[in-house]
Design a protein around this ligand. Structure first.
Ligand SMILES: Cc1cc2nc3c(=O)[nH]c(=O)nc-3n(C[C@H](O)[C@H](O)[C@H](O)COP(=O)(O)O)c2cc1C
Length: 409
């Protein structure tokens, strides 16, 4: 596995040397990039000797290995891109992730090789923070970590205990290098089992206009669909994400189509579906819409308007009726209550391949939250995915999708 190790300037940087050593010992191909500050803590020589490859600490310096990884022949020319290493990494791990580097990653900075690589990564990125306990507990760091998790970075929370700085203790201790390596191996082992598969994912919540400024909407943030799109992309799929009214950043490598209303979402999905192998309908689509939205703004002095609604066509049911053999269709069912019966009813009635059911009576999961707990319902049975981040749940959904495709249903 090609592991890119980004080393920021924290006192625990010496442990990154051990991480590199363990990774090389385990047979991985490792390249190291350092922030300028980290050079004050550990020099390049140890990393270079351990990995057998040059270490870079600036986006402006040439790579003597010309973008090659240990075990490969050096390239014949200097890579044009300062991103040559991240482009071919299977996993990018940043350890020890300093408060400063976390802040720069959360704000999208690209002012050194470590942050630029994070910004351009399409592989999983693992962050192993380490810092003084007060720095870790500071609301700025807390918020940065939440932002990064939300964007799909894998954060290995620091541990409680003695810190590397003399006499200090608290939460902020770098996770042990062997544990970091284990997480890196788990993420990097993800096979590209959707290589070249065309996946269409819908996400977010539609808005049905009442007048020029008001609409009937719903609380969907789009997080679940975005996580599915990202997971599919990381496993090699060619992903089109049709997003209704979501403010989330589009995952790297994913093609984004932005829509507003159910009708727009239906049109975009119908077009994308023609070339799709898989459709995952995670968007919360309106069931009803105003029959006659008016232009401008309804004047409140005219009294309380009466709103006549009409049903919205069921997009998934319509597409299921047209599906060609080999196409896999997945629906979502947000139901109020713990029974999976209604969700199974949807699977049958709409002739889907899988329904992802979640119980929205539990306010801590589902709509607009970071975590979810779902049951995957197929014609063959049901599988529960335990409460976890939407990224982890998305991985479970993709696993089930891959199984469905290989079983030919
Ligand atoms: C002796 C010493 C130890 C430090 N240890 C840490 C640390 O463990 N974690 C941290 O976030 N910052 C630590 N810092 C502060 C960082 O070095 C500083 O924020 C630096 O700008 C980080 O830059 P970088 O993230 O670009 O590598 C330490 C500074 C010094 C002088």
């Amino acid at each position: 596995m090609r592991i890119l190790l980004g080393v920021p300037g924290g006192i625990a940087a010496y442990k990154a040397v051990e991480l590199a050593r363990l990774a090389v010992k385990a047979g991985h191909s490792v390249r190291v990039i350092q922030t300028p500050a980290s050079l004050r803590f550990v020099g390049r020589a140890s990393f270079a000797a351990i990995t057998g490859a040059p270490v870079l600490a600036s986006e402006f310096e040439d790579d003597p290995a010309k973008g090659a990884w240990p075990g490969e022949e050096p390239g014949s020319h200097t890579p044009i891109s300062h991103l040559a290493l991240i482009e071919r990494a299977d996993v990018y791990v940043v350890a020890p992730a300093t408060a400063n580097t976390l802040s720069r990653l959360a704000s999208g900075s690209a002012d050194d090789l470590v942050s630029t690589s994070a910004l351009a990564a399409t592989c999983p990125v693992v962050l192993a923070p380490a810092m003084n306990g007060l720095m870790w507990a500071n609301p700025a760091t807390v918020e940065n970590v939440l932002t990064l998790k939300d964007r799909g970075f894998h954060v290995l929370e620091p541990e409680e205990g003695p810190l590397a700085s003399h006499g200090e203790a608290g939460k902020g201790r770098l996770v042990e290098p062997d544990v970091i390596l284990h997480s890196v191996e788990m993420l990097g082992a993800q096979t590209r089992d959707l290589d070249g598969v065309a996946v269409v994912v819908t996400a977010g919540g539609t808005r049905e206009p009442i007048d020029g400024v008001r609409f009937i909407g719903n609380r969907s943030s789009g997080r679940m669909g975005f996580a599915v799109a990202e997971a599919a992309q990381q496993r090699g799929a060619l992903v089109t994400l049709i997003a209704a009214n979501s403010s989330l950043p589009c995952p790297l490598g994913v093609e984004l189509v932005e829509v507003g209303s159910a009708a727009q979402l239906a049109a975009a999905t119908e077009t994308a579906f023609q070339a799709a192998d898989v459709l995952v309908m995670a968007a919360a689509v309106a069931d009803f819409r105003p029959v006659a939205p008016v232009g401008g703004k309804i004047d409140k002095s005219a009294g309380v308007p009466s709103l006549q609604l009409e049903p919205v066509d069921d997009i998934l049911k319509g597409l299921a009726a047209k599906k060609s053999s080999g196409q896999v269709l997945v629906g979502f069912a947000a139901e109020h209550g713990p029974s999976t019966q209604r969700a199974r009813g949807k699977l049958e009635a709409k002739d889907l391949d899988m329904v992802v059911y979640n119980d929205i009576s539990d306010g801590t999961i589902g709509f607009d939250s970071l975590d979810n707990q779902v049951t995957l319902i197929t014609h063959k049975g049901e599988r529960q995915l335990a409460l976890a981040s939407k990224q982890v749940i998305a991985g479970g959904i993709i696993d089930a999708l891959v199984e469905l495709r290989s079983s030919g249903s």
